[in-house]
Design a protein around this ligand. Structure first.
Ligand code: DNO
Length: 354
């Protein structure tokens, strides 16, 4: 059992520096990715090696990649899918060779995570990401000037229109079939390389803009495990993504699939209405999720993997990448570390995060 505390770092352009990250007392490593290569292509060993070298020079490990993005052609099952899956496998091999143990990815068509507001003012004067169902329903991605955190900025309006058009023929079952093809090809390679694939749930866990979304709760996990039964076919248990659907009983899900959780994104969310939520501070008291119960369930499941605080609010006047400032994520990490220590010591099972 192990909880290895990590922090997401967006590379050398990130305002949050490795020097800052190393000063958060519980940090063991960073979570990062190669950002200089177009989606779908093979990452150079130099670029991978550079992240590792920079991190290790600051005493931080580089064992988790978030993300190796899955090209839309693969999700669509398009004519170029086979070549792109081969590239993906090559990335898994190269990352494994560089010491990476866990690869976070997602299978969300077109959009990654989606919010209607990137800086909603909270009662304490901080601001955070929020999602309002009616606002999202009123949006037309082809018309509105959207700037979304998970949005691939490289889409032109025409490119996006064409892409959305191609998805018109892809329902949930078709997406599952394409996902199965991907898993059957990639998971065995990961297993061979000592890497665990960790799918990130859809965020939010329901369909948007008419696009199918399939990784939404306990049944999705069971279905994907049945496609390829391997410890390398794992999940990123993102409490904030799964937790906005009250039907998801997170501690129960953790107890059920705990040995498949390779990576845990631990953050709180406050459900403010039907399909409406805001991202609160990490502590249980501020949100709808009980973080103590979640950590306890991870202990019950004999969790052995990486943990990271997730989106933070913007506090103390900080500005920067929505959800990914330094201060509130650092507070979150320390809070989580405290719970991990307290639960672990009470059970006589505490394994230090560092
Ligand atoms: C958002 C992140 C996601 C995540 C991807 C994984 O903050 O959790 O963008 O990195 O979905 O592929």
């Amino acid at each position: 059992m192990a909880f290895k505390m990590t922090f997401r770092w967006y590379g050398e352009d990130d305002k949050t520096t490795l020097d800052a990250i190393r000063q958060i007392p519980c940090m063991t490593g960073i979570v990062s990715a190669v950002y200089d290569t177009p989606v779908g292509e093979v990452w150079s060993e130099e670029s991978i090696g550079r992240i590792k070298k920079l991190a290790e020079a600051k005493g931080l490990a580089f064992e988790v990649v978030e993300s190796v993005p899955v090209h839309e052609e693969i999700k669509l099952g398009g004519p170029d899918a086979e070549r792109l899956i081969d590239n993906y496998k090559e990335n898994v091999r190269r990352l494994g060779k560089a010491g990476v143990k866990c690869i976070c990815y997602n299978f969300m068509p077109v959009f990654d995570w989606l919010r209607s507001d990137l800086s909603k003012q909270l009662a304490d004067g901080s601001n955070a990401l929020a999602y309002d169902r009616d606002t999202v329903l009123s949006l037309d991605p082809l018309k509105s000037e959207l700037s979304l955190p998970g949005w691939d900025e490289s889409y032109t309006k025409d490119g996006l229109k064409e892409l959305l058009g191609r998805y018109a023929g892809v329902d949930e079952e078709k997406l599952w079939a394409n996902f199965a093809t991907f898993l059957k090809e990639v998971v065995p390679v990961a297993e061979e390389c000592g890497v665990r694939m960790a799918i990130h749930p859809d965020d939010p866990p329901w369909g948007i803009f008419g696009l199918p979304r399939i990784i939404t709760g306990a049944a999705s996990f069971e279905r994907m495990f049945s496609i390829v039964d391997s410890p390398a076919n794992g999940v990123t248990f993102c409490t904030g993504s799964l937790g906005v659907d009250p039907a998801n009983d997170l501690p129960a899900m953790i107890r059920k699939c705990g040995d498949r959780i390779a990576f845990a994104h631990l953050r709180n969310v406050k459900i403010t209405g039907d399909r409406c939520f805001e991202e609160s501070g990490h502590i249980s008291d501020r949100g709808s999720l009980d973080m103590y119960e979640i950590v306890s369930a991870l202990y019950d499941a004999k969790f052995d993997g990486y943990v990271r605080p997730d989106h933070g609010r913007m506090i103390w006047g900080e500005t920067g990448r929505a959800g990914y400032g330094l201060y509130d994520r650092a507070l979150g990490a320390m809070y989580l570390d405290g719970i991990i220590e307290a639960v672990g010591k009470a059970r006589g099972e505490y394994v230090k995060t560092v």
